[in-house]
Design a protein around this ligand. Sequence first.
Ligand SMILES: Nc1ncnc2c1ncn2[C@@H]1O[C@H](COP(=O)(O)OP(=O)(O)OP(=O)(O)O)[C@@H](O)[C@H]1O
Ligand SMILES: [Mg+2]
Length: 465
Amino acid sequence: MKPISLRKKLTLTFLMIALLSLAFVGLFANVSFGKQFEDYALSRLNQTIDKTVNQVTDLYVRDGEKWDIASLDETGMAMLIDGIILRVTDQSGLVVWDAQVHNNGMCIRILENMAQNMESYQANFQGGYEEQSFPAVVNGKEVGIITVGYYGPYYFNEADLQFLSSLNRILLIAGAVSLGACVLLGAYLARRLSKPITDVIAATGRIAEGNYSDRLTHAENTAELVALSHSVNSLAASLESQESLRKRLTADVAHELRTPLTTLQSTVEAMLDGVWAADEPHLASCREEILRLNKLVDELSTLSRYESESLRLDTVVFDLQELCAQTVHNFEVAARQKGVSLTCSWEAAVVSADRDKIGQIIINLLHNALKFTPAGGSITLETRCEADRAIFRIRDTGCGIAPEHLPFIFERFYRADPSRTRETGGSGIGLAIALAIAKAHGGEIRVSSNVGKGSEFVLSLPIKQ
Ligand SMILES: Nc1ncnc2c1ncn2[C@@H]1O[C@H](COP(=O)(O)OP(=O)(O)OP(=O)(O)O)[C@@H](O)[C@H]1O
Ligand SMILES: [Mg+2]
């Protein structure tokens, strides 16, 4: 099925809600108003009947003890125009005045007219001629029977029907106007809601094409849409940094490989051309470069092994302080030769981990600290337990790391020194290996640094419970 656009869907939904509520309000208004109007017509009819009986009773000439025929004639005709068919009989049952006798044609016409009116109001209206009889009582004495005939159970006259139809017309116009307003408002709201989403789609499309610097700058006040824009922006930012890292990585790898290969090439060529003799010192220099290349490949394969999901850990329970003390011991000579002092503060921190691999982390961190700390500097090492973590902290007074490099130093081949001089050795893999091992143990390495003042690396591992 072809997907429908959000905008179309929202507009249709608004339209449907508007139609439903209008239909509901219209139906409710119609039914309840119709019922009220019927009640009104019924009570109006009853009032007319009461009034008729009183009025006709008043026409009995009390002194003469007889009905005033002339007045009955006049009143009866006036009532007939209002839809009331009057019949008066005297005490003995003799008809005194009867509208149907007086003008039967008009009576039939009036009843037909009413039936027509009611049918135009309601196609299957159940109505017909009805009559009620009342005794005419004068001075406590019954003087005859007044029979009031009408179209029942109730009827609407022309004015009523006109009123009803104009009411329906007003309801219809109001409905049409509010429906139009709903459609316009719905379309506007649908556009407003879908626009930022369309923008996000366009932006993600541009990002997918590789324009990682693209950012969404939508001034929105819908919380979810603001969050969506932020997510897309941070996604783009992370892709941008990954992309630049990837480019840098390729350049760094090329550089790492080029240096030993160039040295090898020139040495071998010089020997082939007979410029240099193929003697031991020259061959040893070639071997050194080959060893350097081999070390690089080894480190890379170690790293990929450590980063793989299936890394096997030979877990044993041991005290981190004892491992650290032993490792630091191996660095004491090198530190003394460089003129860097080592200060240790050990506290017990028992962990369950792969001893050799944790030892590798400590070696890599210590190696860096020593490498980047000039003579006269100091390195402080410490182990301790903090909450449920075993902590190894190493602080140096070396060159420090600039904030722009700090987020990337754990990336493979990343070196803060862009010239990648050989004096500081290294290929930029040590920290990547250290972090991979820490992560495999459910631990982490945090770093903080001040350029010119020194750096601090903190390894934290879960302690043995
Ligand atoms: N203690 C430190 N002081 C200053 N800079 C540091 C320190 N530790 C790491 N760095 C910076 O982080 C970069 C990456 O460190 P990492 O250990 O991964 O690589 P490396 O030491 O250059 O090479 P490798 O460890 O592979 O021999 C270093 O090149 C350096 O710029
Ligand atoms: Mg290193």
